[in-house]
Design a protein around this ligand. Structure first.
Ligand code: ADP
Length: 635
């Protein structure tokens, strides 16, 4: 079924909603089952009917043979008796009692021997002269049977036969007759009544119902007693009249055989006949064969129950087969669906895999690109770092140069002050020297010694000043080492001592109790401090109160050198720029290098230089450095 749908119908079929497909499938399956069951039923009915028919045919032949032999067995009797001398004599002398008696007894004997029902002799008019049952209440003697066809046939044609119900006895039988000739003339008729009751009795044990009908369609022999003397169709008026005249079924009411339905199955007649007891009906396959010489039909009715059973069985088998087929189809469908689903799942998996692989490839490509980017960025960075380092080196060199330049500039500025500083002791030395000459001349040795000592002190002071100068001007490459902060602060102060005095600046220096060291190149720290002192002095030049405060604060971890002045402070617009190189607000002599160089030096030493305005006015610069011991410990 599904095979045919593969090519043209598959798309249409697939597009149908699933419930519709299921419904269609089930309807189809039901249709197939119904058609299958129907065909199986028809086929099995036909084949069973065929079987039944061939059995029936055999039986029919058997029954016909039965019947014919039962009749033929007596066929010779009338002829043989017609030759009997006594019977002939009786017909010549009908009143002879002794002869009649002898013939009666003879007939009775023959009847017994031949097992026939009755034998009797009629004269030419049909009057019975002698009979085998002469001594019974139903004796035929003296009865006239001239109206009976078997008599008429024999009287005219020489012999006859006829089935009828006995007028005298009321029992049915088949009459066979033969004419008795005397000198070529028919003088009487000898007849034998053959009882077929035994035959009926025997047939009753057969599987089939056997009926024998006469030419008018009257059932006169039947294995089913209730159907005897029924008719197959109503007898024609002529037949009815003849039956009446011959008194064939005298006194018996003929009723039609209760055939409820008649149908034709494959050329065979199937009759449904009401059961004799009137309860239900039975189907029979009807088969008939004529016995032309008797004008009869033998009818065999075979019960179709086996056919019905076979039909039912075949239909059930077909239904089972259809159900089985359907189950197989469903199973195959299910299996195909499962396989298809499996395939789809595998395809999806493969697709996902491919996707994954592609994504991974892309990822790898991206990573490779990223790595390349990173590498190139790294290279760039390295180059930049190298560049920076080089620039820094250049800068440091430049800075060193600048420091030197700054120092020289400071030296230049300091030159006047230093000259003054040296001139003072020089003048004093000159005076003391002059005095010494006078004191030596006068012999005042004690005063002279005192004088010379003062000269020595002054020289020492001058040496100190020039020593400081030399140290400041030197282009140092000294190593940073722990130095006492207080010493640097004081050494730097010595260099501005003269300015403090000239400009009447009050100095307030607060030093720590013990020694506090920082790791610094001493000269550089002094240079930073001198810069800060000088800026403070510059700022306070126009101020009414001039006070320079230098405070060394030891926090334990840090050392803060605070340089405070009582100047105007740093204006807000200036403040962000004071650490810029070459930024100055000073009209003359300002280079704008002091603070940036100082900040650079402090930074190099790991510290920080910051500026702020004080609450009470003035500025405060703070050199923030790590305490040497702490730094060492930390290291
Ligand atoms: P210069 O002293 O040659 O001007 P600096 O770098 O030493 O160069 O100082 C930059 C500027 O910072 C000064 O011109 C001044 O305006 C300001 N400045 C420095 N110290 C102080 C201070 N103590 N009070 C106010 N302004 C200051």
């Amino acid at each position: 079924m599904t095979l045919g749908w593969h090519v043209p119908m598959a798309p249409v079929w697939r597009r149908l909603p699933r419930p519709v497909r299921t419904l269609a499938l089930w309807s189809g399956a039901l249709l197939v089952a119904a058609v299958g069951a129907g065909s199986a039923a028809v086929w099995s009915e036909r084949s069973s009917i065929d079987g039944l028919r061939s059995t029936g045919e055999h039986r029919l032949a058997l029954y016909v043979n039965n019947l014919q032999s039962a009749i033929q067995r007596h066929d010779y009797l009338p002829f043989v008796l017609s030759m009997n001398a006594d019977i002939r004599e009786l017909l010549r002398q009908p009143g002879d009692h002794a002869l009649t008696d002898r013939v009666n007894r003879y007939l009775a004997t023959v009847t017994r021997e031949a097992q026939s029902a009755t034998l009797f002799v009629m004269d030419a008019a049909g009057l019975t002269l002698a009979a085998s049952n002469w001594d019974t209440p139903q004796s035929f003697v003296d009865s006239n049977y001239g109206f009976r066809p078997y008599f008429r046939q024999a009287a005219t044609l020489g012999r006859g036969s006829f089935y009828a119900v006995g007028v005298t006895t009321g029992t049915p039988g088949h009459f066979l007759s033969h004419a008795v000739y005397d000198g070529g003339r028919i003088v009487g008729v000898v007849a034998v009544k053959v009882s077929l009751d035994g035959l009926e009795e025997a047939w009753r044990f057969g599987a089939e119902r056997v009926l024998v009908t006469d030419d008018a369609g009257v059932v006169f022999l039947s294995s089913e007693p209730a159907w005897r003397f029924s008719t197959l169709g109503a007898p024609s008026p002529a037949d009815a009249r003849r039956m009446d005249e011959t008194r064939q079924y005298a006194g018996i009411e003929l009723t039609p055989l209760p055939v409820l339905e008649r149908r034709d199955v494959d050329g065979a007649a199937v009759l449904t006949i009401e059961d004799p007891q009137g309860q239900g009906a039975t189907g029979y396959l009807a088969q008939a064969v004529p016995i032309p010489e008797l004008g009869w039909h033998v009818l065999v009715l075979s019960d179709t129950a086996p056919v019905r059973a076979a039909v039912r069985a075949a239909a059930s088998v077909a239904v089972f087969a259809a159900v089985f087929l359907l189950l197989v189809v469903l199973y195959l469908r299910q299996r195909r669906r499962r396989i298809r689903e499996g395939l789809l799942a595998r395809e999806a998996l493969e697709r996902a895999n491919t996707e994954l692989r592609r994504a991974r490839d892309e990822q790898e490509i991206r990573i490779a690109e990223r790595t390349a980017d990173l590498r190139s960025a790294n290279d760039r960075l390295m180059r930049e770092v190298a560049e920076r380092e080089r620039a820094e080196r250049v800068l440091r060199e430049a800075q060193d140069e600048l420091v030197q330049a700054g120092k020289l500039a400071t030296l230049g500025q300091m030159a006047a002050g230093i000259t003054h500083e040296l001139n003072q002791p020089l003048a004093a030395i000159r005076t003391f020297a002059d005095n010494a000459v006078v004191l030596a001349e006068r012999g005042l040795h004690d005063d002279l010694r005192d004088n010379l000592q003062r000269i020595g002190q002054l020289v020492a002071r001058m040496a100190r000043i020039t020593g400081q100068l030399k140290a400041f001007a030197r282009k140092t490459k000294a190593r940073a080492e722990p130095i006492p902060v207080a010493r640097a602060v004081q050494n730097a102060l010595i260099l501005i001592e003269q300015r403090l005095r000239l400009e009447k600046v009050e100095l307030d220096c607060t030093l720590p109790d013990g020694e506090v060291d920082v790791v610094f190149e001493e000269v550089r720290l002094e240079q930073v401090l001198i810069n800060l002192y000088r800026n403070a002095l510059d700022a306070m030049r126009g101020s009414p109160v001039r006070r320079l405060e230098v405070v060394i604060e030891d926090t334990g971890e840090r050392v803060l050198i605070r340089v405070r002045d009582s100047g105007p402070g740093i204006p807000d617009d200036v403040k962000p720029r004071i650490f810029e190189a070459f930024f100055t607000t000073k009209d003359a002599g300002g280079l704008g290098l002091g603070l940036p160089i100082s900040a650079g030096i402090v930074r190099d030493a790991g510290g920080q230089l910051t500026a702020a305005n004080r609450d009470g006015g003035g500025a405060e610069f703070v050199v923030d450095l790590a305490r040497a011991g702490v730094q060492k410990d930390a290291a």
